[in-house]
Each structure stands twice: as structure tokens, then as C-alpha cells.
Ligand binder design. Structure first.
Ligand code: PLP
Length: 402
């Protein structure tokens, strides 16, 4: 842990004004290369015979580069992760009463996709160390109606894909066979799992290039990765009205300007993740020994992308004391924190109404203790040390009853 001398020195760093957002509104870094790529794509479109085209270059180039990055056979570019999650659920052709197991500690997008496709949400509980969907709880919740296991790669760490896939294989659906695992990797672009990149394991994976994420294509955008030819054909078709598979579709296409920028961002992604990892590992060390704060856990074989730096306070500090730490960090030190995420049935009424009677003890207890401290690849070492010194100061104040 930082010595009191180093804490004092680190706190001489000016207080960031405006404060660092808990999830900074630009999650990556842009340079002149992105601007040049966007302008070149626009210039190329000024030709009347060309325009912006239908799936015009460099969209296929971006898709192929992204597939190579993930080690998958296919990647399909889309306008946002949300529609990709919808496509994944529509691919299942759910019948009334069909169930999809999705973690409650989650953003609203994937459970909404289950509802949108006419499925029944079955909440899965989380592993209290990783905050990922717990395979044991999934196994308990499988029924003959279970059609998919739908983990989110929470806050940048991979879900336990091999274990979830094994559960799906142990309990095949009578008609559809092994239960597929579909990943929401909106927060986990660039992370790794057992020698693979996030996006490789499972039937399909959905990524987001929203402005806050690990990389962004001009603020919006997304990608679906898969090794399955049928899934690829389905997604490629339904992202533009679905004629080739005679399924319902709408327009969910990415523009060539976004793809041009995406290619540049993808080239920088490893660097962004390396920066996030370096900051996170330095934090782990600087906070090591601060007994009231559990720093993020990285299971062996996983490469956390640290979209968020997720910490826990002890049981006795759940709720109010955790909230006071977050408040102090923001007000006094200009470093915002966020609870990512409370159980989705507590944050969205629509989800609560559709999952009446389902409560998750681990998810509720853990999310009363959880908070994520602002992290961003553009932070320098002095700021990182300031953030740790600030957190130690807040925790010590609470400890002393202040
Ligand atoms: C951001 C996010 C989404 C939505 O991504 P969009 O590209 O904005 O649609 C979905 N799931 C999770 C976990 C997210 O964090």
C-alpha cells in the first residue's frame, strides 16, 4: 500500500476539474489518424456513382480485421450493440414461455433483448468475486424450456465461457440440442480468455463501439462475431431487412465512415487495453493492504480489459458507507465512481414487472458493496497515484467514523 508520505505527495496533484467521469464519455483516445480516415471516407463518397454505398469498403475490411482480431470466422458490423443483442435473441425463434438465463447484475440491454424477442427472462446470480454469471446458479435454473445462456462479459472481464458452455451441453434442449451461450461483450472489447480473445467462445458475441467503450466508431457502432455460418448469414441479412433468410429485419447497418475510423481504432485497441491494464495493476499494488477495499479479481487465464475498475467494500460497509466513499471521491477529489450495475430488476420497472418473484441474494448483497473507480487509458501515473491516495484517504476517514 502507498505509504503516508507518498499519499501526501500524491494528493498535491491538482483536483481534476471538471471531475473524471466514472465512465468517461470518450472511453478511447482519438488522434489525427481517425480524423484523416473519416475525411478520406467522406471524400470517397462525393462521387455520384459511389456515394456511401451498400456495405461499401472499408466496411468488409473492418469486419475482416475484427474477425482476425477475435480469431473468429466471421464478424458482422452493425450500428450499435443493442440491435445485435436483439438479433441474437431473434435468431433463437423463441416460443411463448421459452426461457433465457441472463445475469441480473447487468446493463438493461440484454434482458430487454430477451423480452423483445418474446422470451422469458430467468435471472442468474453472480460469482461474488468476478461479478460474472455463476455457472452453478445457471445449472440450477435450467429447465426443459431453457433456450440460451446469455452472459455479459462484466466490466471488461470474460464470463466463464467454458463452464457455461459445459452446462449448456449437459442439459440439451429436447428439440434444439445443447443450450447455446451468447455473450454480451459491449464492455469487453480487447479482453482475453484462456488463450483466446473475448468474442471467440460461444455461439456468437456482441460488441459495442459506443462512445464510452474500449474503442468507438464515431460514438455509435457494434459488431457480432461468430464461427457459425448460419448465424453469420442471419445477422448479415437481418441487419438490412432480412430478405435472404426471410426473417423480420430492419436497418441496423454501420456506415463506411464509421468503419474507416473503426479500422484505425482497432489498430490502437491493444495499446488502449495495455494502458488500462498497466493502470489497474499499479492500483492493485498501491491499494494492496487497504483491508476494506477488495480490488478487481482476475481469474487465471483471463485477461481483464478493465473497462471498469470494480472494487468491493466489506459487508458492514454495504450501502450507506459505500455511498459516502463515492460521494467524497467525487466532491473532494474530482474522481467519480459508479455502481455498475445494480440488479437490472431494481433499475428498470419493465424488467421488474416481467420477472416478478425472482430475487437474487448474492447479486443484491454484492451490488450494495460494489463501486467502480474511474479508469481511462489516457490517465498518467501521477493521476493514478492521486486516485489511489484519494481512495485510501476516504476509506481511512470512514474507518475512523468520519
Ligand atoms: C453499452 C452496453 C450495451 C449497449 O451498447 P450500445 O452499443 O450502446 O447499444 C449493451 N450491454 C452492455 C453490458 C453495455 O455496457
Amino acid at each position: 500500500m502507498l505509504s503516508s508520505k507518498r499519499i501526501q505527495k500524491a494528493l498535491k496533484h491538482p483536483k481534476p476539474t471538471p471531475p473524471w467521469g466514472a465512465e468517461p464519455l470518450l472511453g478511447s483516445i482519438y488522434g489525427e489518424e481517425e480524423i484523416d480516415a473519416a475525411v478520406a471516407a467522406m471524400r470517397d463518397s462525393m462521387d455520384f456513382k459511389k456515394g456511401f454505398g451498400f456495405s461499401a469498403p472499408p466496411i468488409p475490411d473492418f469486419e475482416q480485421a475484427f474477425a482476425r482480431h477475435c480469431g473468429t470466422k466471421h464478424a458482422v458490423a452493425i450500428n450499435s450493440a443493442g440491435p445485435g443483442l436483439d438479433m441474437a435473441m431473434r435468431y433463437l425463434k423463441l416460443k411463448r414461455g421459452d426461457e433465457v438465463i441472463v445475469p441480473a447484475v447487468n446493463y438493461q440491454a440484454s434482458p430487454l433483448a430477451v423480452l423483445g424477442a418474446g422470451g422469458k427472462i430467468v435471472w442468474g446470480d453472480i460469482d461474488p468475486r468476478t461479478f460474472e454469471l455463476d455457472p452453478h446458479d445457471v445449472e440450477r435454473k435450467i429447465t426443459p424450456r431453457t433456450r440460451a445462456i446469455f452472459p455479459v462479459h462484466m466490466n471488461g472481464l470474460s464470463a466463464p465461457m467454458d463452464d457455461l458452455i459445459a452446462v449448456g451441453k449437459r442439459h440439451p434442449h429436447e428439440k434444439h440440442g445443447p443450450i447455446p451461450v451468447i455473450g454480451d461483450a459491449a464492455r469487453a472489447c480487447g479482453g482475453g480468455y484462456k488463450g483466446t480473445r473475448i468474442g471467440k467462445k460461444g455461439l456468437m458475441t456482441v460488441f459495442s463501439f459506443h462512445t464510452m467503450k474500449n474503442m468507438t466508431t464515431l460514438g455509435e457502432g457494434g459488431m457480432v462475431t461468430t464461427d457459425d455460418d448460419e448465424v453469420e448469414k442471419f445477422c448479415r441479412s437481418v441487419r438490412m431487412y432480412g430478405a435472404a433468410v426471410e426473417a423480420w429485419g430492419t436497418s441496423n447497418v454501420m456506415t463506411k465512415v464509421q468503419a474507416a475510423v473503426g479500422l484505425v481504432q482497432l489498430g490502437k485497441l491493444d495499446g488502449f487495453i495495455a494502458a488500462r491494464r498497466r493502470l489497474a495493476k499499479a492500483r492493485d499494488e498501491m491499494l494492496d493492504g487497504l483491508k476494506e477495499v477488495t480490488t478487481p479479481y482476475e481469474p487465471r487465464g483471463s485477461e481483464h480489459s478493465y473497462y471498469l475498475y470494480t472494487c468491493l467494500v466489506p459487508k458492514e460497509w454495504a450501502g450507506e458507507k459505500r455511498d459516502r466513499i463515492m460521494q467524497m471521491m467525487a466532491d473532494e477529489f474530482g474522481i467519480c465512481c459508479v455502481v455498475a450495475n445494480r440488479p437490472a430488476y431494481l433499475s428498470r420497472k419493465l424488467l421488474a414487472q416481467n420477472t416478478k418473484g425472482q430475487r437474487l441474494p448474492v447479486s443484491e448483497a454484492i451490488t450494495a458493496r460494489l463501486f467502480c473507480v474511474s479508469i481511462h487509458p489516457a490517465m498518467d501515473d501521477a493521476l493514478n497515484e492521486y486516485i489511489c491516495a484519494a481512495l485510501i484517504t476516504c476509506v481511512e476517514r470512514i474507518r475512523k467514523g468520519g
